[in-house]
Write a protein that binds this ligand. Structure first.
Ligand SMILES: [Zn+2]
Length: 332
């Protein structure tokens, strides 16, 4: 019963969020229509130039009308600095995004890392998080969330609508309930502003959310600040990546990829890497972890594509600074 009322509250919060976003969404839709008209005109010109070869046109039609492409936030007007810290939480994930106005944490590391995360936030003088994204309810992502919730004020939690039958999960959900924090179960394409940055939800699709596949239920985002961008998708795996490629196509391209699932070969598929086409890849994993993360196949793919890799198991905490135009790295 309690859970039911919580879900109703979540729906209401989601609706409120959509209402707030109504005008930019409409602008984007209009922009999409203009783009389709432009594609059509280019197509018509191609008919004339190719002497009426309608088959030449088919890819254009396919792209414009048949592929359900979704637009995502491609840039923002950046006025300050954004800092993205990939915190060393051993085998697990914890990424902290700080803009001058607002802050966000994506995942909280494992139970025994909760104090590390909370101490780090305190040391940074962070007392409030505008968003806490819990990509999926596995312990290496939500374990430390109780420490975060006890240390700072969390304005909104974003997570997939899926439970995990663990004490860790129950503890985190009990705290979220007790503190009456609104929870969003996001939909693909949802957009959020974070100070002078913003992000679009890339996954999961509703049919991907399942208690049998928590990794596949992961919430993934593309974060943009100025022209700089970061793709971070928790433990989303190849199937989810294919859906993102299908839905967003070339718009996935980003400067930084936080490799899926700690650099596992079940994620980081070749076609996804090609579309994201990052300059830098960050892998968050523990030294000598029992899963063999990151997998050698993934490291080979990244090396072949000439992508600079930063690993938290080798380097510890790494931080990217964005001024809206360029990205600078602080390595230990
Ligand atoms: Zn994980």
């Amino acid at each position: 019963m309690e859970e039911h009322s919580s879900k109703q509250r979540n729906k209401r919060n989601q609706k409120r969020k959509h209402d707030q976003n109504r005008s930019p969404e409409n602008e984007k839709r209009q922009f999409g229509t203009q783009k389709r008209i432009r594609h059509f005109l280019i197509g018509a010109l191609a008919i004339i130039l190719t002497g009426g070869g309608v088959y030449e046109l088919f890819p254009l039609f396919a792209e414009s009308f048949l592929t359900p492409q979704m637009e995502l936030l491609e840039f923002t007007e950046a006025s300050g600095e954004m800092r993205v810290t990939f915190l060393d939480v051993a085998q697990g994930d914890c990424t902290i995004v700080q803009t001058e106005e607002q802050n966000m944490v994506i995942d909280a590391g494992n139970n025994h890392q909760g104090e590390t995360v909370a101490d780090w936030l305190e040391a940074q003088g962070i007392t409030r998080l505008d968003y806490l994204i819990l990509t999926h309810p596995d312990a290496d992502h939500i374990g430390g969330a109780d420490n975060i919730l006890r240390t700072v004020d969390v304005e909104r939690v974003i997570m997939p609508d899926v439970a995990n039958d663990t004490v860790t999960y129950e503890e985190v959900m009990d705290l979220i309930e007790a503190q009456e924090i609104p929870v969003d179960f996001p939909e693909v394409g949802d957009r959020y502003l974070l100070g002078d940055a913003g992000f679009t939800v890339l996954c999961p699709r509703p049919e991907e959310v399942s208690e049998e596949d928590l990794n596949g239920s992961s919430v993934g985002i593309k974060l943009v600040h100025g022209v700089n961008s970061f793709v971070m998708c928790g433990d989303a795996e190849a199937g989810s990546e294919q859906n993102m490629v299908h839905t967003f196509g070339d718009a996935l391209e980003s400067d930084v990829l936080k490799c899926g699932h700690h650099g596992s070969s079940t994620s980081n598929s070749a076609s996804f890497l090609q579309k994201v086409n990052p300059t830098w890849a960050v892998i968050s994993c523990g030294r000598d972890n029992s899963y063999g993360h990151p997998h050698v196949e993934v490291l080979a793919e990244l090396q072949d594509a000439d992508i600079q890799v930063y690993r938290t198991d080798e380097l510890g905490t790494v931080t990217a600074y964005s001024d809206g135009q360029e990205i600078f790295w602080e390595l230990p």
